[in-house]
Unconditional design. Structure first.
Length: 312
């Protein structure tokens, strides 16, 4: 899922790897990306079978042109090395990337880079073929995020984990991803600091940035508010834990007609000014500078991005 290819990923649907039926349903959704989860969604005794389900999904199911990826177990568990070896050896030729939970330091990704290189050599895969996406969901991970993003060329995205982050810093929280009564005690958005720091680190390294989920999949209003906050901070998209959340996420993380028209107007005015040799541009009574042009181009690039599954 190369950032260099400018893949548009607004919605990222999490599907338990323990259920082949749910994998099929997830892949038939309108989500831009789907990952099969070996971590929190799978009980310890079910993890070996779930690895086999991932191999089956990679080889047999129709991903409809989406990037193929799954979430492994964290490096401080007894499961992670088998999550890598068994899946990559059996289906590495069909795999684009692995989502790594609870990344806390550059050494975590160094270890995975080394292990993946060995498995790729053993499986006759191109070196560096399997990419990585890192979840930042602890105080230690956030402190080290600026180093983490420069660890390996395999890394393509950062994901924020709000639930585990809140637990890590002892932040009281009743509902993951949405506001609760504790937010009323704080003058602002309590997750502003970790979210914005993750976006800045990702952008500085040329990576994508994805926000974490809203746990209450029936709270459409809370989901929409959470999406608006994440997009306003610069995130590319957001996790979904249920297919019913996909439509709202895709909508909020897509430019509106008004945004697109504004961007076209700004670009047109800029090009006309350049042609006439004018150094200043005004659009609808507002001065437009180089930063405005870059924002307008970002909007048009997103609007013209690759159509997601179900919209081709």
């Amino acid at each position: 899922m190369s950032a260099k290819e400018r893949v548009v990923v607004r919605s990222v649907l999490s599907v338990p790897a323990s259920s082949t039926e749910m994998a099929g349903k997830g892949l038939s959704s309108a989500a831009d990306a789907v990952f099969l989860d070996l971590e929190d969604a799978v009980a310890p005794d079910s993890k070996p079978e779930a690895r086999g389900n991932i191999v089956h999904a990679l080889r047999e199911l129709n991903w409809e042109g989406r990037p193929t990826f799954y979430r492994m177990n964290a490096l401080d568990t007894p499961y992670f090395y088998r999550d890598i070896v068994e899946v990559v050896e059996e289906a590495g030729d069909r795999l684009d990337s692995i989502l790594v939970p609870k990344v806390e330091c550059p050494e975590d990704l160094h270890a995975l880079d080394t292990l993946l290189s060995s498995v790729e050599m053993n499986s006759d895969l191109e070196p560096g073929k399997v990419k990585l996406e890192a979840q930042i969901e602890s105080a230690k991970g956030l402190v080290n995020v600026d180093s983490i993003v420069h660890t390996t060329d395999r890394l393509e995205a950062l994901h924020f984990g709000p639930g585990d982050y809140a637990a890590s810093v002892h932040m009281p929280q009743k509902s993951i991803g949405t506001m609760d009564e504790w937010d009323e005690a704080y003058p602002g958005h309590r997750m502003d600091y970790p979210m914005h720091r993750i976006v800045v680190a990702a952008r500085a390294a040329g990576l994508r940035a994805l926000d974490g989920p809203v746990a209450d999949y029936q709270d459409e209003e809370g989901l929409r508010e959470s999406c608006l906050i994440a997009r306003s901070m610069g995130f590319d998209g957001k996790w979904c834990i249920h297919p019913s959340q996909v439509e709202t996420v895709n909508e909020v993380f897509s430019p509106t007609e008004e945004e697109i028209e504004w961007a076209k107007t700004v670009i047109e005015a800029y090009e006309e000014a350049n042609a006439s040799g004018s150094g200043s541009i005004t659009v609808n009574g507002q001065m437009v500078d180089a930063a405005s042009i870059r924002m307008a181009r970002n909007t048009l690039e997103l609007a013209e991005g690759e159509a997601p599954p179900g919209e081709r």
